[in-house]
Design a protein around this ligand. Structure first.
Ligand code: ADP
Ligand code: MG
Ligand code: MG
Length: 881
């Protein structure tokens, strides 16, 4: 194996072997840009070292040869007593990890060569400043000396001279400081600072290898999902100096503005300084445009190189550069990081001028960035310290007064006040308050708690699990750990993107993109870029995108955002509020007559619900799921009832009946109990009422000239027998309504696949189904055998930390397990019924990675919350190119 490559030998395709920085240096060398020469020790060498604790045998010889070549090219010798060659030893992994690993500058200086450098450069102060920097950096990173000791020594000198900056220390001071640094090294390590340049180089390379496993680097990799075993390359490069006087300097430059994406060179410049000073913020940098004034020729040359790089990489590039006595050197380049806004604008502009194809422009943006752009944002400064941090459950920014129960939220919102509903956790009872509120804030629960899921579905700002808050709904206030008390009526700001809550009203910036997406109109370069990307995504994607929506308002909003129908219309929300009394009556009914009366009273209400939704989605499919949750969810809490009965002087007989019903229906494990299709089969008349409501809504719409496309979906089927029974009943009712009204009803009947048994017997189930809709939330719970609400709060953090999963299987579909079931079921179902429609309606329908998986699995559509639809369209397009 070859472990060392000169910059002239590598190229950008070799980032795995040479690291991103090494590949960039090699590529720029090939392009003829002014790169100080050097060579790269490969990541393979690093891997050998990390595995065995020894450098590979060949490395010594190869590095010595490469160094000799470098010395020849430069006409100088590393660390030679007069006019020494100095080198930097720079880390650089495959993926950029800025500032996470070590870089050591000025290798080659020692007690002799420092004088040589002083003579050759004609600047004594510079030479001694470089030497003390080397001892400092080398002492800290290679020899493990506490960096503070050096800083303290510098501070002492500055104090003695009464100066503020390192810059003002004169040569004499620096000579003394160098001696003190050597003493520190000796005292701390029992060893002298090594004078042998070759030893310095070898040890510096080793230290860079070691920095792969430094604390900072490990934490960064974990967060960025960078694999642990890649290792870093090491770049050894001839030093150039930006600190040789006013005609020298250093800076960073971008080919476009990485914040806005606007075209035009952009960056910072610091005269008479070295690269590390810019990062350290020793002095304030000047805007790059100043370089135009200070050194016009250099500025033009830099502009040329930036253009060369952007044309070559066909993307935004950034560079680190240094000017040494008027001569420009480029020290680093990479395809630059950028904001969401810049990502869209740059992709659009490069696509528009033909630099990249429309497909490529689409690949360069993503759904997560789009989602960030859709919401209003707070204009915060670091001085805005939050009251508490929680889980950023549903993005966006909202300001309102704190209220502590649903009724108060509704009351205040009705008067036009903006409110933030604050609860320990929410239940279905809080729904009206959540709808009325601008934001929901809870002190308990994770990303899939009731508050989070419902708020996300509504596109409402939500921060949940803000554990530092003590919520007292009785006193109507919450208290923070630091003792701040927020009473009902106090204004708070909730940042659902960052997961924070602030006291008072932070200034808000509206999102043009959000408005443009909902109205289809809007001007400005960003809006144009976003709409352009979406239009292309729509033209290439195979997956359709539907919405999960239960109300006409949500349906209309979803449609405006591009939904091609409703993939999941839940009916349980339609049973809440005032209708609860009717549901109670149905549950408490002692005989068929009483139950029939309760159901008959629900029928027209339910029919109106469906008419509203079918109207909003006219011409597009609406998949209506029959009642799914266990019935006790519609009854009062058992303890509350018992307390009420016990404390009442004249116990209400209705309450007593209710309590008996609640007790009768108590289940150990309701998630696995009487729900879904089981409920439809067990409660006489319930399914018939719901199907009739659908059928009558359809005939109503037809006679009004509409184009309704309702589909009936049976939840939680485990065996084809269940579906057959349900289907027979549904078809009977459909035929009945058709006969009564003299219409033909074409209403597909299908099922959710959300139990492993259903997926495994999908071939049988497909005999009785017109469509499959994968309920991946329940399918994940039942496949893993865990309850989402319980698991997320208890052991998920541990599992994520231990790497049992990289992301929660509820956030992104578990492709090997749950995803495998989806693939099996699609294949088996289609084999039996080639016209079978397939889709997914779990939360995963809006998750980018999951969407790419569903595309590969061959599904027909994904369905997700209305506000996730633009991102889903974009990702479905990206999956297809
Ligand atoms: P990072 O990956 O943290 O950016 P670098 O390897 O880029 O670390 O080095 C840090 C700083 O040192 C950079 O700002 C760069 O300008 C400067 N530097 C590195 N090598 C040289 C060199 N050969 N000559 C002059 N400055 C250098
Ligand atoms: Mg750098
Ligand atoms: Mg389900």
């Amino acid at each position: 194996t070859k472990y060392v490559y000169e910059f002239t030998e590598g190229s950008r395709d070799m980032a795995g072997l040479l690291g991103g920085k090494g590949a960039g240096l090699a590529e720029m060398t090939r392009l003829g840009l002014p790169v100080p020469p050097g060579f790269t020790v490969t990541t393979e060498a690093c891997k050998v070292y990390l595995a065995t604790g020894e450098e590979p045998d060949e490395l010594g010889v190869e590095a010595a040869q490469a160094l000799a070549g470098l010395e020849r090219a430069m006409g100088r010798t590393l660390g030679a007593p007069d006019d020494p060659l100095l080198v930097s030893v720079r880390s650089g992994a495959r993926f950029s990890m800025p500032g996470m690993m070590e870089t050591i500058l000025d290798i080659g200086l020692n007690d002799q060569s420092v004088t040589g450098l002083a003579k050759a450069s004609g600047q004594e102060r510079f030479a001694w400043d470089s030497y003390r920097r080397l001892i400092q950096m080398f002492g800290r990173t290679v020899m493990g000396v506490d960096g503070d000791l050096f800083e303290q020594a510098i501070s002492a000198h500055k104090a003695r001279r009464a100066v503020a900056t390192d810059h003002e220390l004169d040569t004499g001071e620096l000579v003394e400081l160098t001696d003190e640094f050597k003493d520190i090294v000796r005292k701390e390590t029992g060893e002298d600072f090594p004078q042998d340049p070759a030893e310095q180089l070898a040890r510096a390379i080793r230290a860079v290898f070691d920095s792969w496993n430094g604390e900072r680097a490990r934490v960064y990799r974990l967060r960025e999902h960078i694999p642990e075993d890649l290792g870093t390359a090491v770049n050894v490069q001839a030093m150039v100096f930006g600190n040789l006087g006013p005609d020298s300097g250093t800076g960073v430059a971008f080919t476009r503005d990485p914040a806005s994406g606007e075209s035009g060179v952009y960056g910072d410049y610091l005269p008479d300084a070295q690269g590390e000073d810019v990062v350290a913020g020793v002095r304030d940098a000047l805007p790059l445009s100043e370089l135009k004034v200070l050194a016009p020729r250099t500025y033009v040359e830099l502009g040329d190189h930036l253009r060369t790089l952007e044309d070559h990489y066909r993307d935004l590039c950034d560079v680190e550069f240094t000017v040494e006595r008027g001569k420009l050197w480029i020290l680093q380049t990479r395809v630059g990081k950028r904001t969401a806004e810049a990502a869209f604008r740059i992709a659009h502009d490069l696509g528009a001028d033909g630099t990249i194809s429309a497909d490529e422009a689409l690949v360069r943006v993503d759904g997560a960035a789009l989602t960030r752009l859709m919401f209003p944002r707070f204009d915060t400064t670091p001085a805005d310290v939050p009251l508490a941090h929680g889980v950023p459950a549903s993005p966006g920014a909202a300001v309102g007064v704190a209220v502590f129960d649903s009724a108060e939220a509704v009351r205040r919102a009705a008067t036009g006040e903006h409110v933030v509903l604050v609860r320990r956790e929410t239940t279905p009872d809080d729904l009206p308050g959540m709808i009325a509120a601008e934001a929901v804030l809870t002190s308990r629960g994770g990303k899939t708690s009731h508050a989070a899921v419902v708020a996300r579905g509504m596109g409402k700002v939500c921060v949940c699990g803000a554990e530092a808050l003590t919520v007292d709904p009785v006193a109507r206030r919450f208290t923070t750990r630091t003792g701040v008390v927020v009473d009902e009526g106090d204004t708070v700001s909730v940042d659902g993107t960052a997961g924070t809550v602030h006291l008072g009203a932070l200034p808000l910036t509206a999102s043009d993109v959000g408005r443009a997406l909902e109205t289809g109109t809007g001007a400005g370069p960003l809006t144009e870029a976003v709409l352009g990307a979406l239009a292309h995504a729509d033209s290439v994607r195979r997956l359709e995108v539907r919405a999960n929506a239960d109300t006409p308002e949500d349906a209309a909003r979803a449609r405006a955002l591009g939904a091609q129908g409703i993939g999941l219309c839940r009916t349980e929300h339609m049973f809440l509020g005032e209708r609860r009394a009717l549901v109670e009556a149905m549950i408490l009914a002692r005989d068929d007559t009483a139950r029939g009366q309760a159901l008959a009273a629900l029928l027209p209400l339910q029919r109106e619900d469906f008419i509203g939704i079918l109207t909003a989605m006219d011409g597009l499919p609406v998949t209506i799921r029959l009642l799914d949750p266990p019935l006790h969810e519609f009854l009062p809490d058992r303890t509350e009832l018992a307390v009420r009965l016990a404390s009442a002087a004249n116990p209400d007989p209705h309450d007593r009946d209710l309590l008996r019903a609640v007790e009768r229906m108590q289940e150990q494990n309701p998630m696995l109990g009487l729900r879904g299709v089981r409920l439809g089969l067990a409660v006489p008349g319930l399914m018939a009422m719901q199907v009739r409501a659908v059928a009558e809504a359809v005939t109503n719409r037809l006679s009004a000239g509409g184009r309704p496309h309702a589909e009936i979906m049976i939840p939680l089927v485990g065996t084809v027998e269940e579906l057959r029974l349900a289907r027979t009943e549904a078809e009977r009712v459909l035929a009945e309504v058709a006969a009564e009204t003299g219409t033909t009803l074409d209403c597909p009947i299908g099922t959710m696949i959300e139990l492993p048994r259903a997926a495994l017997t999908a071939g049988r189930i497909a005999e009785a189904a017109d469509f499959f809709s994968f309920g991946t939330n329940d399918l994940t719970q039942t496949t893993w055998g865990l309850s989402r609400d319980d698991a997320e709060a208890s052991f998920f953090p541990l599992y994520l930390e231990k790497g049992v999963f990289e992301v929660s299987p509820f956030d992104s579909i578990d492709q090997e397990g749950v995803g495998r079931l989806v693939e099996l079921a699609v294949e088996a179902g289609r084999a039996v019924n080639p016209r079978l429609q397939t889709g997914v309606c779990g939360e995963h329908g809006g998750d980018p990675d999951s969407i790419h998986f569903f595309h590969r699995a061959g599904l027909d559509y994904v369905s997700c919350s209305p506000f996730r639809i633009p991102a889903a369209r974009l990702e479905a397009g990206r999956a297809a190119v």
